[in-house]
Design a protein around this ligand. Structure first.
Ligand SMILES: [Zn+2]
Length: 157
């Protein structure tokens, strides 16, 4: 008898399981200030590079363009431009939101970077390539990017 795996061997057995993992993730100094401003003041902050003057949202400790340490906080409006607008249609167990969901990259006015979020109030039909949007805030905030329910068409609150 051989211990070699060969053609014709039965497929390996599989066991189904379920894993839940609880974890805590530190937001760090910059993330803490960014999310505290969202939670306590419903305010969005960017951080400006002292070298190239680029503004990043969410904040990062180092500029992605010139690698300078970031230092200057700037207030940003909750309006901007949605780009890379794509629908998400697949359902899977445990999903927080039921499809269809429309994702987009959001570049706040005055920012030089963008972040992914959800679009709301989009009428059925072909999706635009770009769209002026504003944030729709939750009434009760916890200090999370989900304190913004979604971004909706328009530029006034
Ligand atoms: Zn820079």
């Amino acid at each position: 008898m051989s211990n070699q795996v060969s053609e014709g061997s039965p497929p390996p057995l599989k066991i189904k399981g379920r894993m839940e993992i609880e974890y805590t993730w530190s937001l760090g100094r910059l993330g803490t200030r960014f999310f505290e401003a969202i939670r306590t003041e419903r305010r969005l902050l960017g951080i400006r590079c002292p070298s190239c003057r680029g503004v990043l949202v969410p904040p990062l400790p180092t500029c992605g363009r010139c690698f300078a340490p970031m230092s200057e906080w700037v207030d940003l409006p909750d309006t901007g431009m949605a780009t890379s607008i794509v629908p998400y249609l697949l359902e899977y167990p445990g999903q927080a939101l039921k499809p269809p969901i429309i994702f987009a990259k959001i570049r706040l006015d005055g920012a030089d970077s963008s972040f992914t979020h959800i679009l709301g109030d989009i009428p059925p039909g072909p999706l635009p390539q770009t769209l002026r949007v504003r944030a729709r805030w939750r009434a009760e905030r916890i200090g999370s990017i989900e304190d913004i329910v979604c971004f909706v068409p328009g530029s006034t609150c």
